[in-house]
Ligand binder design. Structure first.
Ligand SMILES: [Zn+2]
Length: 241
């Protein structure tokens, strides 16, 4: 499993390629919540893997196409475009029903455990329990279940796009990734992009070029991520609303 010394020179002078694994409840969550994280990992030469748990069939403004194969296919294409801009080379669509992920928790946990063991990530990102969306909360439960079983050395970062997470304690700064993140969000043409960008600008994250997460083991996380080349800091709450 993950080792904090990975990414540094080995005895033979070679650098191991580190893996970042993102759990996305829906096809656009990586871009919205982890775009800058992925962009930075990409520039550092990491392997980035995304799992999209639901089929995205209940997203967007056009209710007439909800739960149609046409929308599901479109969202997969959008996700591939968006994620590829941010360095994702491996993306899996698990196809659980959008908005009903709670019905498939057990199979999703089993599958996630196999995936975690096979790809040995150094960092795993997934939604926080303070998120408003039911599928995001289900994804949080799935990720927490497998992380309990797997190595404690894995760094976990929890994001929260829908809702207010007052527990966020870490800031990742990556202004160089803003343009790419925004372009990746715009790849999701079937979704309310203007609303997304407005929300990101409103909370300051897009303008400031940072993303905020919650990490259970803050000191260890900052130390490890800084060592890997990420620009991470403690969240200074007084500067945020
Ligand atoms: Zn989502």
């Amino acid at each position: 499993m993950a080792n904090h010394n990975l990414g540094r020179s080995t005895a033979k002078g070679k650098r191991k390629i580190l893996t970042l694994l993102i759990f996305s409840p829906h096809p656009d969550d990586l871009e919205l919540s982890c775009g800058l994280l992925c962009h930075r990992a990409m520039t550092l030469g990491w392997r980035i893997v995304e799992i999209v748990l639901t089929d995205g069939g209940a997203g967007g403004n056009d209710l007439r196409v909800y739960h149609t194969e046409k929308l599901r296919q479109k969202r997969m294409i959008e996700a591939r475009y968006g994620a590829s801009r941010l360095g994702v080379k491996e993306i899996e669509f698990w196809g659980y029903a959008d908005s009903k992920l709670s019905n498939d928790l057990q199979p999703a946990i089993k599958r996630s455990l196999r995936k975690l063991r096979s790809c040995s990530p150094a960092i795993v990102a997934f939604p926080n329990s303070n998120d408003n969306h039911a599928d995001h909360i289900s994804t949080h439960r799935i990720a927490m279940s497998v992380l309990k079983i797997c190595s404690k050395k894995i760094i976990s970062l929890q994001y929260c796009f829908w809702g207010k997470d007052h527990t966020q304690n870490i800031v990742l700064a990556n202004p160089a990734g803003i343009i790419t993140k925004e372009a990746a969000i715009k790849d999701h043409e079937s979704q309310p992009i203007d609303r997304y960008l407005h929300k990101l600008r409103e909370d300051g994250s897009l303008a400031d070029g940072d993303e905020r997460y919650y990490s259970r083991n803050l000191d260890k996380t900052i130390l490890a991520m800084s060592g890997w080349g990420f620009d991470v800091h403690r969240l200074q709450r007084q500067t945020r609303v």
